[in-house]
Design a protein around this ligand. Structure first.
Ligand SMILES: [Zn+2]
Ligand SMILES: [Zn+2]
Length: 294
């Protein structure tokens, strides 16, 4: 594992500790997602950096104007994805009793050949769900657990592909409600000192870029009267931005108030009290996390 990967793992441990200290009621969920992220980061350290992402030979105008990843085949090392899948199973067994029981079912089914993990991961990489349906019903399990594990095993490759495509590229701002790289909705927004503008962070590929000034990331209204913030007194490093037009919300992390690296999924899962606050006032999340088993 490279120096960079080791450093980021240390930063993750520090961030988990800080968030647990700040919000002890979220300890279990923070430690759970911290452990999932740790395995994903370790796997990312092993992904070949110089991946080639050729454009499809026949690309339509829709492909040209759409997200960068559309129509491109992402090179996935399925042996590595399978290893990550097994590591994530081991880690997730430390979660809730339902999760533990579900994962034991998956492991038994994989051992006696009732499910084919290779085929499952290959289909997850193509965002297909036919085999997912088949596999979950054959082992008598809700599809949530398999979806979570499959997505989490493929995500590091998507993140690396997004990083490869955007490196040095002149990226346009996030003008629609989808990520300019992969097309997913934003998970969080961030106020960062250096950029001086609200940044949006993708829920799937992690791409981070400027959003349109004063615009709702979901319905694009720019009317200042439509925007309102909710936060908990004494914890102003994270707030909820609600939109009165579409009634959706997004969390905004103020990283100018933090000295540590932020990990979007962790920041999101560590602030579920804010979701309750916003939902209690009749607003809905603008996007659900790509990895959510809570
Ligand atoms: Zn994306
Ligand atoms: Zn809106």
């Amino acid at each position: 594992m490279g120096k960079g990967s080791k450093k980021i793992l240390e930063e993750l441990e520090e961030r988990v500790k800080t968030l647990v200290r700040l919000r002890p009621s979220h300890k279990e969920i923070l430690e759970f997602y911290g452990a999932i992220l740790r395995e994903q980061l370790k796997a990312r350290g092993k992904i070949c950096r110089d991946m080639t992402l050729e454009k499809p030979r026949t690309s339509s105008q829709e492909d040209e104007e759409g997200p960068l990843l559309r129509g491109r085949k992402i090179p996935i090392d399925f042996e590595l994805a399978k290893k990550l899948f097994r590591c994530l199973c081991r880690v997730a067994k430390g979660g809730t009793p339902i999760l533990k029981e579900g994962i034991e079912k998956i492991e038994r089914a994989a051992r006696d050949g009732r499910i084919d993990i290779d085929r499952f991961l290959e289909e997850m990489a193509l965002s297909e769900s036919r085999y997912l349906e088949e596999a979950s019903s054959s082992i008598g399990l809700s599809r949530d657990i398999l979806t979570f594990l499959g997505r989490a095993s493929i995500q590091p490759f998507l993140i690396e592909a997004a990083a490869t495509l955007t490196e040095g590229a002149d990226m346009k701002e996030w003008s629609e409600s989808r990520c300019p790289v992969c097309g997913a909705p934003p998970l969080l927004s961030e106020l960062a000192e250096t950029e001086g503008r609200r940044m949006l962070i993708c829920s799937i590929c992690g791409h981070r870029c400027k959003g349109v000034r004063m615009a709702c990331p979901f319905c694009h209204t720019q009317d200042p009267k439509a925007h309102r913030y909710l936060f908990v007194e004494g914890d102003e490093s994270v707030r909820i931005d609600v939109c009165e037009v579409c009634k959706k919300y997004i969390k905004t992390i103020d990283s100018r108030k933090m000295s540590q690296r932020i990990f979007p999924l962790l920041e999101d899962m560590g602030t579920l009290h804010l979701d309750m606050l916003a939902q209690g006032e009749g607003y809905q999340r603008g996007s659900t996390p790509f990895l959510d088993i809570s």
